[in-house]
Design a protein around this ligand. Structure first.
Ligand code: UDP
Length: 315
């Protein structure tokens, strides 16, 4: 049994990680300041003997006493409207927060895993994106508050590995969806699903020809844990390589919800990447991981979760 600290533990991916570590018998301490995470995401763990929730801003301190075996740093807003809304906090949590999380791991010589992102590739001019591609990010563009902060967080982790021989891991997470992605999160999958369920128009930013590759959260979490359990220290893409345009996503969302919602076209946000698809050769080769859940199936789970939340008056 290991003792695992998960920053951002009441967030979307963080809370699923809490479930997965607890399910295999580990002890979990979730640390979150609830700026974008929700207590509701971990409410079902309240009475679990292996689970502790600590409300704290990891930029200031991570108040966890005693030894730990693993630290997974997942605290950060991840949705473009959210990180653009709190740009300074976003940069702080990946710089100051990553330092605090690394120091916590260092004190116990624990395995450290940083949640990085496909955004480190920016608007990529290499396709699909493999980990050896160094990206195309404008450091002065609005999205850089997230992209550059995550790039810096990767650099911090690699520096602790070189300086102190700390066993660090870097996961580059590609667009992930599933239950607990907040209805108001602002990302395309949650927006389209909620709009379709409500019979409202789907808000398409730009022409809809931009592409993304969507990974179901259970697949994502399985990949992250496989990486955590390995001794791999180089960055690893964990994402689903099935690439679709946002116009294709409209058709799938309509099919899954039985909706005939119209599409309204709105301006494309500045710096919105044109296309994105992970090359997952490294994850396949080093971790034996690949995604299993097809988009229609994953969206159906997410639709059911939203309907259930509504039924309980929670969304
Ligand atoms: N998008 C959209 N409608 C929305 C929200 C997002 O068309 O209501 C677009 C967005 O401009 C981007 C893509 O969908 O091209 C994926 O956006 P998301 O915010 O989910 O993630 P990103 O990959 O941009 O971080």
């Amino acid at each position: 049994m290991a003792r695992i600290v998960i920053t951002g533990g009441s967030g979307f991916v963080g809370s699923h990680l809490c479930d997965a570590f607890l399910a295999r018998g580990d002890e979990v301490v979730a640390v979150d300041n609830l700026s974008t995470g929700r207590l509701q995401n971990v409410a079902h763990l309240d009475d679990h003997p292996g689970f502790t929730f600590v409300r704290a801003d990891v930029c200031n301190e991570i108040p966890v006493d005693g030894g730990v075996d693993g630290v997974l740093h997942f605290a950060s807003p991840a949705s473009p409207p959210e990180y653009l809304g709190i740009p300074l906090e976003t940069m702080d949590v990946s710089s100051l927060g990553t330092r605090r999380a690394l120091d916590l791991a260092l004190a116990s010589d624990a395995r450290f895993l940083i949640a990085s992102t496909s955004e480190v590739y920016g608007d990529p001019d290499v396709h699909p994106q493999s980990e050896s591609y160094n990206g195309n990010v404008d450091p002065n563009a609005p999205r850089a508050v997230y992209d550059e902060a995550k790039r810096f967080a990767e650099t911090l982790a690699s520096t602790y590995r070189r300086l102190y021989d700390l066993p660090t891991a870097i996961v580059r997470i590609f667009n992930t969806y599933g239950p607990r992605l907040r209805p108001a999160d602002g990302r395309v999958v949650s927006n389209f699903l909620i709009q379709a369920i409500d019979g409202k128009a789907l808000t398409m930013y730009g022409a809809g020809t931009q592409t993304r590759s969507f990974c179901y959260v259970a697949d994502e979490v399985r990949g992250i844990i496989a990486l955590f359990d390995s001794d791999v220290c180089e960055p690893v893409n964990i994402g689903n390589p099935t690439e679709i345009t946002m116009l294709e996503l409209v058709d799938i969302v309509r099919e899954v919800t039985g909706s005939s919602s119209e599409v309204v076209f709105e301006p494309l946000p500045v710096g919105d990447p044109t296309r994105r698809r992970p090359d997952i050769t490294r994850a396949r080769t080093l971790l034996g991981w690949e995604p299993k859940v097809e988009l229609r199936e994953g969206l159906a789970h997410m639709r059911d979760w939203y309907l259930e939340e509504r039924a309980h008056g929670r969304a």
